[in-house]
Design a binder for this molecule. Structure first.
Ligand code: 16G
Ligand code: ZN
Length: 552
């Protein structure tokens, strides 16, 4: 009864905006910040329930709208593993955000708690870590989240302040593993594993010629200021952060950031021809996406984009090299066999040239629908799963079994053949597993791993860019009344409905050499997206346009 009253009273203070229907999409709830207080309050309730359901394990609640304009905001929940909230709870998230009155909300929650057998009403405790990005609406929304959590008896909110999205996910994961989980622990783990990787660089690599400077576009968001903290602990790597979001430097995501750079393929603000040939990187507004780019001296603001697919390829190359060294030694039969099934996960947006390249390396490449939750889940099925979206979100997952195997191998080697190539390969994989964020894609840890690998193989940004040549591609969006009329299958590569559309796509695609095309309903906007790729830009454009006309 006490619980019912508290929830009713607090919920009454957060009435939902009339006439707005929100859905917990691929990236949680997103809308204009000014209308989100009720949604965030209710997501606070949801997060507390999630923690109760998970036996009091810590869950996360992040307030951000990533690469959206600064007036927008959003909220999403991280599960105790540090990954996205289970998809099973998404229908409840939709329902809780959209019930009209406080009474309805209370009823909905009590019904759900019963159905899910959640220990409710103060018998157990719950814990929610809160984070927000730098958006002005974040502060008051964070307050709404706290009130939502406080409306669940026994639930405690811990405000971690302004963070990148991956920092919050990392903290949730570490806390549940009973590891050190503060922000300074995060910096320590990243910088020390980076230093270990640097110490393991082969002597043959011509380090003296290596450009130690990387220019980073911080999207005028939270990533820039965090990177400035981190770089203090990284001697030997010169990180120059621009678009840090400090007063006067520019507006969050406006003409800057990974999403802008990847979609427009032009320089972000405060980068120009003076930077031609330099190694440049761009983060998105909450620093969970990373792309690299290089300004080619001849052509104005045009850039050579090094997208998520190419970061993935670089990581895959490095991991495969280490595994090959280990296998060579393993074949002598002196050590235990390491479980080392390596899998690469992409989406239909991956450039066809990247998939070809990865398959030529002999790697297993599989596809999932767009959205981190799908890629992450698939990658976790391997001993080492590397996943990336072309837009720059991705990471490497190492199974616990693999890490245990590697650790015991390392102990064996430390006594048998200390300092051998074999031991170094094992140590590199261990360091990479500590550097890369296992909870979710993380632009800061991704950047450090890229920097370490480039130095390991002695590559310039041009060398990396030339790994393979992207096929020309075109993305279009078609505004439709109801995007749900398009239904896809087979990781979004085939249209199931409306009938006949796939046949048209097949016929149009067949007209172009290296043609590939798919359509899918957006998960974040009221549009249907069209992607086409072909051997020339003109052909890719023509293919996309002819298919877009059919969708319209
Ligand atoms: C969200 C997803 C991103 C995906 C994008 C596609 C997460 C954390 N973010 O931003 O992975 O690429 O949606 O947007 O899952 P779309 O459905 O509008 O094309
Ligand atoms: Zn983001």
């Amino acid at each position: 009864q006490h619980q019912r009253e508290i929830l009713l009273r607090s919920a009454s203070a957060f009435p939902p905006p009339p006439g707005v229907k929100l859905s917990y999409g691929t990236a949680g709830f997103r809308a204009e910040g000014s209308i989100l207080a009720s949604t965030v309050f209710r997501t606070g309730v949801l997060a507390a329930l999630r923690s109760l359901k998970m036996g009091g394990a810590t869950v996360g609640l992040m307030i951000t709208a990533s690469h959206n304009p600064v007036r927008d905001n959003g909220v999403k929940v991280a599960d105790p593993s540090g990954g996205m909230m289970t998809q099973r709870w998404e229908p409840f998230a939709d329902a809780i955000a959209n019930v009209p009155t406080a009474q309805d909300l209370v009823q909905l929650v009590f019904d759900f708690v019963k159905e899910e057998e959640i220990p409710f009403g103060g018998v157990c405790s719950a814990e929610v870590l809160l984070g927000r990005d730098t958006r002005p609406s974040g502060e008051s929304l964070l307050e709404a989240a706290k009130q939502g959590i406080a409306a669940v008896v026994g639930a405690v909110a811990i405000d971690m302040g302004v963070l990148t999205t991956p920092q919050l996910h990392w903290m949730v994961r570490c806390r549940n593993k009973r590891r050190k989980a503060s922000e300074s622990d995060y910096y320590t783990q990243l910088s020390s594993s980076f230093k270990q990787l640097m110490d393991l660089i082969p002597k043959e690599t011509a380090i003296s010629l290596f450009d130690t400077t990387v220019l980073v576009d911080g999207a005028n968001g939270v990533g820039g200021e965090k990177l400035i903290e981190l770089k203090k602990m990284l001697p030997g790597l010169e990180i120059h952060v621009r678009n840090t979001g400090k007063d006067g430097e520019g507006i969050l995501n406006e003409g800057v950031g990974a999403d802008f750079v990847q979609k427009e393929k032009i320089t972000p603000h405060s980068f120009d021809l003076d930077d031609a040939g330099r190694r440049c990187a761009s983060l998105d507004g909450d620093a969970d996406r990373l792309v690299y780019f290089c300004i080619s001296s001849a052509c104005g603001r045009k850039i050579d984009l090094i997208d998520g697919d190419k970061i993935l390829s670089l990581f895959a190359l490095f991991i495969k090299e280490q595994l090959t060294i280990l296998k060579k030694e393993e074949s002598k039969g002196m050590t235990d066999k390491l479980p080392s099934r390596l899998g690469i996960v992409q989406t239909a947006y991956a450039n066809g040239a990247s998939t070809d390249y990865l398959r030529q390396l002999g790697l297993e490449v599989v596809f999932t629908p767009t959205g981190v939750k799908y890629l992450h889940e698939k990658a976790s099925e391997y001993d080492i799963g590397i996943y990336f979206e072309a837009n720059g979100h991705g990471t490497i997952l190492f199974s616990e079994q693999f890490i245990w195997g590697l650790e015991s191998l390392n102990i064996q080697l430390a006594s048998n053949s200390p300092g051998s190539d074999y031991q170094k390969a094992a140590l590199r994989l261990l360091s990479a597993s500590q550097l890369i964020n296992q909870a979710v894609g993380d632009a800061l840890s991704g950047l450090l791993l890229v920097e370490a690998i480039l130095r390991h193989i002695g590559w310039s940004i041009e060398d990396w860019s030339k790994l393979y040549q992207d096929l020309p591609s075109r993305q279009l969006k078609v505004k439709v009344v109801d995007r749900s009329v398009v239904v896809t299958s087979n990781a979004e590569t085939q249209v199931v409905r409306p009938p006949g559309l796939q046949e048209v796509i097949d016929a149009e695609t067949a007209k172009h050499s290296h043609g590939r095309c798919f359509v899918r309903p957006s998960g974040t906007e009221d549009v249907v997206r069209v992607y086409a790729e072909a051997s020339t830009q003109e052909a890719a454009d023509a293919l996309a346009q002819s298919v877009a006309r059919e969708v319209d």
